[in-house]
Design a protein around this ligand. Sequence first.
Ligand SMILES: Nc1ncnc2c1ncn2[C@@H]1O[C@H](COP(=O)(O)OP(=O)(O)OP(=O)(O)O)[C@@H](O)[C@H]1O
Length: 351
Amino acid sequence: MTVNSPTTAPPDLAELRRRAAAAGVPDREEGLIVCENLVRIYQTEGVEVQALQGLDLAVAKGEMIAVIGASGSGKSTLLGILSGQDVPTAGSAEVAGHDLLAMKRRDRLAYRRGTVGFVWQQTARNLLPYLTAVENVMLPMSYTGVKRGKRRARAEELLDLLGVGHCRDRGPGELSGGEQQRVAIAVANANGPRVLFADEPTGELDTATSEEIFAALRSANRDLGVTVVVVTHDALVSEQVQRTVRIRNGRTSTEVLRSVTTGQDGVEELTAEEYAVLDRNGRLQLPSEFTERLHMRKRVRLALEADHIGVWPDAAARQARADADGDADADPGAGPDQDSDRNSDQNQGKR
Ligand SMILES: Nc1ncnc2c1ncn2[C@@H]1O[C@H](COP(=O)(O)OP(=O)(O)OP(=O)(O)O)[C@@H](O)[C@H]1O
């Protein structure tokens, strides 16, 4: 895998567009981002918080994915690690050929400046208030060896691409929240990063403005070929990307994959399917709404069927469920065999 040298000037926009067009469909096996068993433990006043507890994630070159999850599930911790601002406690994390656990301080700085770009939720955090929009976009290029003469042209081209060319000579205070975020996306792309991270980029904005930001992220992904990872609570964003990854308790728990299929009548239909994530060790997280409904707690019984694996409550869970339902006729001792027979009878009935 090739690694951006910290002293090499970033490719120009025409080159990025050419690469984006040539990239074609993302190949998930060739991960640009690969995390395996990633752990991050915070120690505060003697108390340990396991923010990431063995997280696995692979993102292909050219993908645009959304990361969702409840507050405290570890989304920002993951983004902090992948963007080189924080160091994991254990596991492995590689982005564009950079090993984030082994990286030295100097390399980390070059990585943050050249390999990745970042957009924060707080619009004010992304831009320097005393520089104009175009000067904000030019600034990161001065750290990576882009020739002075080229900086302005590239910055203006980026602002045009993101639909904020008309704002180039205004300061952040003279821009709307949506314009500020689009300029921030231009700043984050100034050095032609391989990956763009955005942490709740539409969090402070209304629906119409969120759509503008999402369109700008899409355009960076499509036209510049940058891989995009967005942490979001915003359904407008998470439901419009091809893949949404849900983090639960510091691990990737489910993924929603969206695709467009064409029926026999020629009508295109958008389908979304949710999958549980199976890690290398065969572990998966059962959704709590499923386990709670069936009173599953400590252990479950598994049954291998011809084309799937059945997961069954144990006797204690069956009893708890029967008690809760007040169902005197329930048979708490029923096992997977009996139930799988019942199940397959039902399935046959459907056929
Ligand atoms: N610097 C820190 N020191 C101690 N604990 C931390 C630190 N940063 C995060 N945590 C803890 O790690 C866990 C994950 O936090 P994180 O910010 O990654 O969650 P999140 O999913 O991004 O949440 P939110 O959606 O609220 O931003 C939480 O329990 C949080 O309290």
